[in-house]
Design a protein around this ligand. Sequence first.
Ligand SMILES: Nc1ncnc2c1ncn2[C@@H]1O[C@H](COP(=O)(O)OP(=O)(O)OP(=O)(O)O)[C@@H](O)[C@H]1O
Length: 375
Amino acid sequence: MVDPSDPGQAPEYGGERLVTAGADEIERAAEAALRPKRLDEFVGQQVVRDQLSLVLQAALARDAAPDHVLLSGPPGLGKTTLAMIISAELGTSLRVTSGPAIQHAGDLAAVLSSLEEGEVLFIDEIHRLARPAEELLYVAMEDFRVDVVVGKGAGASAIPLALPPFTVVGATTRSGLLPAPLRDRFGFTGHLDFYDASELERVILRSAGLLGVQIEHGAAHEIAGRSRGTPRIANRLLRRVRDWAQVRGDGVLDLRAARAALEVYEVDPIGLDRLDRAVLGALCRRFAGGPVGLSTLAMTVGEEPETVETVAEPYLVREGLVARTPRGRVATSAAWQHLGIEPPPGAWGAPATGSLFDPAPSAGPGMGPSGEPST
Ligand SMILES: Nc1ncnc2c1ncn2[C@@H]1O[C@H](COP(=O)(O)OP(=O)(O)OP(=O)(O)O)[C@@H](O)[C@H]1O
């Protein structure tokens, strides 16, 4: 099954997509300059930050490697950044690898056996490790040992190789896919959540400072509102607004520049892009709010069903604009409101009586508390 939150598995949509939470190598290079280097520069995620700070301070006080750390959460929220911060706070170096990069257990054995005392080994997308590598990792994490297999077949034997103490920091967008024995070997698990608008504003103001651009609060607020709760997207939109201000404005990032730039890049006030709006528009205008099947919807917008399902739908559902029902996709009242269209009577998101745009609607927006139609 394709994982919608996993950029490694999501299909490409039209090359670069400004509001995707994933990042390619070029993007990651641009991001490097904006990464917070220490825990106190890391914006938001107060709970994880506090807990992690305790883990690290205690380890430093004991002069020992801290427990292994698992960081979970959607792409672009700061897992890699935190791994780098952990090694910086511990004053050790960081070794980086990822689940997909380790094809064989031997690849992992080579990495593990070259670790120095106290080093941090960051394994991105740890849920994508091959099973034999995973099993090797259990032993290494628990007993600081790798069993190096020598020979083949019946004559093969395992020679245990002791490893110096080290800390694994695993990152995953899908902690549910991690086998329990692996999950249990992490002494600390931190789950990163989407950021609220004020946290994203702080991320944007901080990044603008690092980029050396002048930004007004109104612009930071506007960019934050369109960033889908994700610092990576916030930084990316900031860079596009900076371009606009440089080329078409006076270099200052004000509200006018932010709005004009994001209009050029077709990112609307709640962070929807062209594909999101095409899907929402088709659902409301062509299918009267649904229910409509995924393939029909995808065909209408000229995309593969997989692209609609993995690229557009997760955010539309998260924002409560689209709901998935057993009979197909439906537009909620929030979708009609966002598009500024009055739903036809009887449509899924239509109010039981009156208009969706009444200043003081007599009844609710036509949905019960569970999100089901109230009629
Ligand atoms: N809390 C934060 N404060 C400031 N900037 C942040 C924060 N979290 C993330 N960022 C910025 O967002 C960018 C993306 O973060 P990062 O690469 O750590 O995300 P990730 O969760 O590892 O993503 P992926 O799952 O795709 O690897 C970084 O360049 C960093 O500058």
